[in-house]
Structures are given as C-alpha cells and as structure tokens.
Design a protein around this ligand. Sequence first.
Ligand SMILES: [Zn+2]
Length: 254
Amino acid sequence: MRLFDSHAHLDFPQFDPDRESVIRGLAEAGVYVVNVGVDLESSRASLELARKHRHIFAACGVHPHEAKRFTEEALRELAGLLDQGAVALGECGLDYYRDLSPREDQKRAFRAQLELAKEKDLPVIVHLRGDAREDLLEILREVNPGKGVIHAFSAAHGSPREFLDLGFHIGIGGPITYKKNVALRAYLREIPLDRLLVETDSPYLPPEPFRGKRNDPGKVRLVVEKIAEVLRISPNEVAERTFENSVRLFALKL
Ligand SMILES: [Zn+2]
C-alpha cells in the first residue's frame, strides 16, 4: 500500500534524536511526505530533506505565528527558496486561536504569499485556526491561486463546502480518529474523494491510540483506515486515491 502524508514537519527538533532512521523507515514502508516549512529556516531545512530523499518533497512558507516578522525582504527570500524545487507554498494562513502575530500582520502576510503562489503557479498549504474562517474566505476569494489544501481540517472550521467551491482540497489528519469527533466524521462525507488528502502534521496531532506521543508520517495509515471505515470503502482505495490526489495537486514526478 502506498501512502502519502501531505503535511509533516520532520525537520522539527522532536526528530533530532532519530530523524534518519524515521525517514529510512518511511522509505521502506512506501510512505511519501510533503515536509512543510513554517518560517524561512524550516523552509530551507525542508528543501534540504527533499534534496536528500526521493520520497520527501518540500513546501516553503511562513506560518501566521511568524507573520509579524514577514518583511519585504523575507518575501523576496521566500521567492528565492520556492525556486529551489518547492512543490507548494506553505504553510501560510490565519491563526486567531493563539494570536501570536497581530491579525493585520497575519492578513498581510497571507495575502502576499497567495500572490506569490499565483505568480509561481504553486499550490498553497493553508493553516486555519480559531475564529478566522470568514477573514480567510474573504482573502481567498480576493487572491485565490486556484489550487491548494486546507490543512488539518477540523469541525471548528464549519462545512468544507465553501473551501471546495474555491477549488481547494481538504487535508484530514489524526483528529478524525478521536472518539468525540463525530462532527468531523460527518463533514468527511461531504468531501468528494478526488479532493481529499491525508496528513499527520507530525510531530503533532497523533491519531488514536498514540495521543500524547510524538506523531510520525507512518501513522498516516491509521488516518486512512479510519476514513475507510467512515466512508465504507477499502483502506487500499483511500490510500490510492489520496496518493493520486497528492501527486496531481503538487504536480510530482515520481
Ligand atoms: Zn503544520
């Protein structure tokens, strides 16, 4: 079974003790990964991982937490990084849950990155958290690069309908396995199979029964199995369709 984890952070310090052996295990298990940058430094690290490993691809972008440091110079530097083989711009977006950057800075950085993605003809990986749905939709309607994924989709985001209408894919991760997450499993049924991606957000958001532990891209299999159970199709079909969707969205040559 081939699996595609569309969102992980293997460059994060949680993987410092055993990064190479985790990555080797993924290659052996047939797990492909998009490693996602959250600032310029981790974007560089993502490119480096992608250069070293043929089953890892890089996304470069600046997370809303870092938006207050997103200067004109940072934008130029990000543009340069994207030209070094990135398959997506991200993650970028709005986070009104932790509010680590002022909301005006978040909106400005998000808009600028959407415009850059459009210019580079790259899909965007969008982070949305807290009460930011309406602002995010407004900006997407204004500057939509036309392709991308709403990552770590959660029931708190409301219906996926409007994001699908804007051409986005929906990324589903570990929380789909949580017992109380009935609402997310209901929304899952509204997502057409050709717009669905699976992800781990490693080292965060581990699926059951690994809550509280470090997540890794191999655990995307548990997300696939839960989705298959909810949609009453085979895990193989979920794995294969989400794999194909990732290859198509990120325009990968495997
Ligand atoms: Zn992430």
